[in-house]
Design a protein around this ligand. Structure first.
Ligand SMILES: Nc1ncnc2c1ncn2[C@@H]1O[C@H](COP(=O)(O)OP(=O)(O)OP(=O)(O)O)[C@@H](O)[C@H]1O
Length: 264
């Protein structure tokens, strides 16, 4: 579905701050995969998403999406097929637009350029979708999104992303800034949507247990490399202790991410 082929990426090349983040990185994600991504701080998780989404271009190597070389395709073009949600709940919606206008933007994206307008039927459809979130938003179609809480906004962002019918979903610690209750709600909505729509999904998390529990495949990154790629039966048998031990074995060092280990 999407693959990274021999991607090399250096920030600030030729300066004292030169930082080679990826050196011939290879990774392939299949249609329908739900991949959790975990790793130490600075391992390259967000930068990997930036490569896939077109936020950064590799110095060498290719990004192939549905068999097409998109290495040079800008972010806004890839955004037609790739949906991304960030940690910041304010990032995915427009504060000064109403819920229905925000939703309409995404629905139009999902209709791939077909002309559609906001009418009674569509409002009823939006209400139905919002009712599913169970946050009382179905009666607030005409409110500006800026009035919503962080948890409500992140749930709305998720719903809007689904409406835009992405082929690949990138979730970059999208529950990390929420309080535990809202984080749980957004996470269970996430798993529902992924399953319901068979979304090919990659999700960065610092919570190792969550990375083990969710999805069909787990990647562990360290220093710009995918050091563990665990799927199928092997993933089902995983525990946090096993994962930490596997990391130590392949890297010959201890896994250091306080956040990840504390979140067990
Ligand atoms: N735009 C940039 N300019 C310079 N260096 C960058 C840039 N973006 C990322 N880096 C560097 O790339 C490396 C990987 O960073 P990245 O944010 O991808 O790590 P991460 O695994 O997401 O970490 P964290 O878990 O702390 O968010 C780090 O050394 C970081 O400083």
């Amino acid at each position: 579905m999407i693959s990274v082929e021999n991607a090399t990426l250096t920030f600030n090349a030729g300066t004292p701050n030169e930082n080679r983040v990826f050196d011939a990185l290879n990774l392939s994600v299949d249609k329908g995969d739900f991949v959790t991504v975990i790793g130490s701080n600075g391992a390259g998780k967000s930068t990997l998403f930036n490569l896939l989404a077109g936020t950064v271009t590799p110095d060498a190597g290719r990004i192939v999406l549905n068999g097409k070389d998109v290495t040079k395709a800008p972010e806004y073009v890839r955004a037609r097929t790739i949906g991304r949600i960030f940690q910041d709940p304010l990032a995915g919606t427009a504060s000064n637009m109403t819920l229905e206008d925000n939703m309409m933007v995404c629905l139009k994206k999902g209709f791939k350029g077909l002309r559609i307008s906001l009418n009674r039927g569509r409002r009823e459809f939006f209400r139905e979708q919002l009712r599913f979130l169970d946050m009382g938003l179905e009666d607030r179609l005409k409110d500006n999104v800026g009035l919503l809480s962080g948890g409500q906004r992140q749930a709305l962002t998720l719903l809007m992303m689904v409406l835009s019918r992405p082929e690949l979903v990138l979730l970059d610690e999208h529950t990390a800034a929420l309080d535990p209750r809202n984080a749980d709600i957004v996470l269970s909505l996430t798993t529902h949507f992924v399953k319901e729509y068979g979304l090919t999904t990659m999700m960065v998390t610092h919570n190792m247990q969550q990375a083990i529990n969710l999805g069909n495949r787990l990647l562990m990154m360290d220093a710009g490399e995918v050091v563990l790629d665990i799927r199928g039966e092997k993933k089902k048998d995983l525990t946090v202790d096993k994962l930490v031990a596997m990391f130590s074995e392949v890297r010959n060092k201890t896994f250091t991410s306080d956040e990840a280990l504390l979140s067990r």
